[in-house]
Design a protein around this ligand. Structure first.
Ligand code: ZN
Length: 426
């Protein structure tokens, strides 16, 4: 009996220790702290709270993510569009945002006697493009994607780093399709979402299907049918999911993916929403095979959420040590003495020509200090160059974790770094 009590007590203590360790690790990985230390982004009182300023290194990571995102969308039949940041208040009245979403909207601004709003969402703009001409059932589905920057009011008290902000860029897309295409489209969106999550190193997630809330647009029949369609899509993908009863948005059911990061914490991830409301409000139709106009089914979806929140999540997931393909500086070249500088510049030029992001630390500091600083900057590779390396035309490679890989030919290093980059490995 005593033994058992001791056993339990020990376990609890261990658990407490693990818990404290986890808290300390979360503190070390806090994206607000790493954002400063790694020179990625900042906020400014002069500009206003909740407004992110992306520094060159943060912007570079974002650009790599965006380029990857665009390429993967084009591969899957999406087309990229751009829409304005402001639109007349009338448009937001038609969409229902003015009536239903007012607390998140900024006050209208006057432009030549007309009231305009800074956009909280991209959807109405995509609809305007859709409606520039009659669409036939044959050209559906249309998949239009935009990295669209939106502004939503949040109380200053709830703002938090990159995860709760007032201006953010959604990796948005709208799919206009026929009812008979909905299931395939949802399957394709989910496949894309899971592919993207895997590419960024998220292996654990939870899938939630949110059903009809108390207040809803459309009819119960339409809701039931769409909810069944989402279920069929999830079954086809063999994805286990949990039902979140009544948690759908008022305009349609949705599927959410909740990610788990390296510390096991949950983050809001991809979302797919079916919308019965906007197509009706804007009369978004197509000419069907029977020659009559039918209402399209509209899907709203993001796979990353927003660039800001996703970047915050990535920073914490990796603890700032981005995998090689995302690292703003992939190789820091460290000449031991001034006489090695020429060779260092030559190595830098060759790595850049091979598409690698390399930089020479030419400061007259001690080698150990330069290595330490490159490690703190979480640079994946450090290339140390001294007499031996210059003589043999090699580079001595160290990893940010402290591992020493020794001397390698420049070709050998290029091949290794390129391989890690292409495989999107750490
Ligand atoms: Zn939308």
């Amino acid at each position: 009996m005593l033994q058992r009590i001791y056993g339990v007590a020990f376990e609890a203590e261990e658990e407490l220790e693990r818990h404290l360790e986890k808290l300390a690790e979360a503190e070390r990985r806090d994206h607000r702290r790493l954002g400063k230390e790694l020179d990625l982004f900042s906020f400014h009182d002069e500009a206003g709270p909740g407004l992110v300023h992306w520094h060159p290194k943060g912007a570079l990571v974002r650009r790599i993510i965006e380029d990857f995102w665009i390429q993967e969308h084009i591969k899957r039949g999406y087309e990229i569009i751009y829409t304005p940041h402001i639109a007349k208040l009338e448009l937001w009245k038609t969409s229902g945002h003015w009536e239903l979403y007012r607390e998140h909207l900024y006050s209208p601004m006057d432009v030549e006697g007309q009231e305009y709003l800074v956009k909280p969402m991209n959807c109405p703009a995509h609809i305007l493009i859709y409606k520039t001409r009659l669409r036939s059932y044959r050209e559906l589905p249309l998949r239009w994607a935009e990295l669209g920057t939106v502004y939503r009011y949040e109380r200053s008290g709830v703002l938090h780093g990159l995860t709760r902000v007032r201006g953010f860029t959604q990796d948005d897309a709208h799919i206009f399709c026929r009812p008979d295409q909905l299931e395939d489209e949802v399957v394709a969106v989910m496949e894309l979402a899971l592919f993207m999550m895997g590419s960024f190193g998220f292996e654990e997630y939870e899938v939630l299907l949110s059903t009809r809330p108390e207040r809803y647009a459309g009819t119960i029949e339409i809701w039931d049918e769409a909810t069944e369609t989402l279920k069929r899509a999830l079954h086809r993908l063999r994805l286990p999911y949990r039902i979140d009863p009544g948690e759908g948005v008022f305009y349609g059911p949705k599927i959410d993916i909740r990610l788990r990061d390296a510390l096991g914490r949950a983050w809001q991830g991809p979302t797919v929403q079916v919308d019965f409301n906007l197509p009706q409000r804007f009369e978004v139709n197509y000419i069907a095979a029977d020659g009559a106009e039918h209402q399209v089914v509209m899907i709203h979806r993001t796979v990353l959420g927003s660039m800001e929140r996703f970047f915050g999540c990535l920073i914490e997931h990796y603890g700032g040590a981005f995998p090689v393909w995302l690292a703003p500086v992939q190789a820091m070249i460290i000449p031991i003495a001034d006489r090695h500088l020429d060779y260092a510049l030559q190595v830098e030029a060759e790595l850049k020509a091979a598409g690698l992001r390399a930089q020479v630390d030419a400061r007259p500091e001690r080698m150990n200090l330069k290595i330490r600083q490159a490690q703190l900057q979480k640079v994946p590779y450090m290339l140390i160059l001294g007499d031996k390396e210059v003589g043999a035309a090699t580079v001595s490679v160290r990893l940010r974790g402290g591992q020493d890989l020794g001397a390698q030919t420049l070709e050998g290093f290029k091949a290794m770094a390129t391989e890690a980059m292409e495989a999107r490995r750490p």
